[in-house]
Design a protein around this ligand. Structure first.
Ligand SMILES: Cc1cc2nc3c(=O)[nH]c(=O)nc-3n(C[C@H](O)[C@H](O)[C@H](O)COP(=O)(O)OP(=O)(O)OC[C@H]3O[C@@H](n4cnc5c(N)ncnc54)[C@H](O)[C@@H]3O)c2cc1C
Length: 287
């Protein structure tokens, strides 16, 4: 019995290359000023899904991203690696979304796809680093969640059970959950596969195909392997999307550069540590 898997991926600005104009005046990211890349942990989520597709005949891998039209690049990358169907949810009304509005829109898109056993996402995106979108999406769907997973150890579609290895401080734990479940992946898992040359030739010209609420979800192949859904298509409430659905506003981001002069070595013994603690209390860093 095949599985229906939905993977959430995000195109992110390359935060290794932050420049002075990285933020706009309204506190949102100036994506045009930064090179865009596939969020690194999302590649591990996709790989986790593709490995299950390799193992379990009849498994389908659907991928969703919310972003501008340019984010179709990461969806084509998913098709090159083995995804069956991708959907770009894009609408001016999604702009300025925080994690609450993002997870609401993703939940509506997941429900449009309909039947699913597993939802995979990265643990966190390198631009926001909140790690909230996966858990919030699970909460909104009303399904189980396992976060910080490095490996799917066992899955039994007939019994509706999954066992995953989850990273914790200083080690890992094995967690069993009932399907459907949302899993967030770290980058400690199986290395993401490269694009297949054959699939790249098949999908390189695929562009997002607009689909309305009326035309319905019909995950297909060929050109329809990349759907374009707006707010109406996913039947979302516009008030809960974008800036209007976002209680969080980012005022500014700063690039903090530590210089060698700010490093001080202390004696690793009791006396050195006690001295450091006193200093930190004195300058109100502690206490
Ligand atoms: C510097 C900075 C600070 C921010 N601080 C906050 C804050 O404190 N509170 C807040 O609510 N928002 C904040 N935001 C906004 C937030 O980053 C965006 O709302 C973003 O769309 C979702 O959050 P994230 O990138 O932190 O995702 P995370 O929760 O870190 O992402 C986890 C996973 O969810 C999936 N995912 C996330 N976004 C999408 C998407 N658009 N499409 C498909 N899958 C997705 C991916 O699989 C990803 O790996 C901040 C943004 C910036 C740039």
């Amino acid at each position: 019995m095949g599985l229906n898997i939905i993977v959430l991926v995000k195109q992110v600005p390359d935060t290794q290359n932050i420049t002075g104009d990285a933020m706009k005046e309204d506190g949102t990211v100036n994506r045009a000023a930064l090179p865009a890349i596939f969020n690194p942990e999302d590649l591990y989520a996709l790989e986790g899904a593709l490995r299950l597709k390799d193992r379990i005949p009849g498994t389908r891998v659907n991928v969703i991203t919310m972003g501008p039209l340019a984010a179709a690049v990461v969806l084509r990358e998913c098709l090159y690696r083995g995804a069956d169907f991708t959907a770009l949810i894009s609408d001016r009304g999604f702009a300025g979304a925080d994690t609450l509005a993002t997870s609401y829109a993703l939940k509506c898109a997941i429900e449009k796809i309909g039947k699913y056993d597993l939802v995979f996402s990265g643990r966190q995106a390198i631009d926001g680093d909140t790690a909230q979108v996966g858990p919030q999406t699970a909460e909104k769907l009303g399904i189980n969640q396992i976060t910080c997973v490095s490996k799917i150890e066992k899955i039994d579609p007939a019994q509706g059970e999954i066992v995953a290895r989850r990273s914790v401080e200083g080690g890992w734990e094995r967690v069993k959950a009932r399907l459907p479940v949302l899993i967030t992946f770290t980058d400690e898992g199986e290395p993401p596969r490269p694009a297949s040359a054959k699939r790249l030739m098949s999908y390189k010209r695929v562009s997002p195909q607009p689909e309305t609420a009326e035309s319905g979800a019909s995950p297909g192949s060929g050109p329809s392997a990349l759907a374009l859904w707006d707010i109406a298509a996913i039947k979302a409430d516009p008030v809960q999307c974008g800036l209007s659905g976002s209680p969080t506003k980012v005022k500014t981001i700063n690039s903090v550069v530590l210089t060698a002069g700010e490093i001080r070595y202390i004696d690793a013994g009791d006396q050195g540590v006690a001295g450091l603690v006193h200093e930190l209390i004195a300058d109100h860093t502690l206490g």
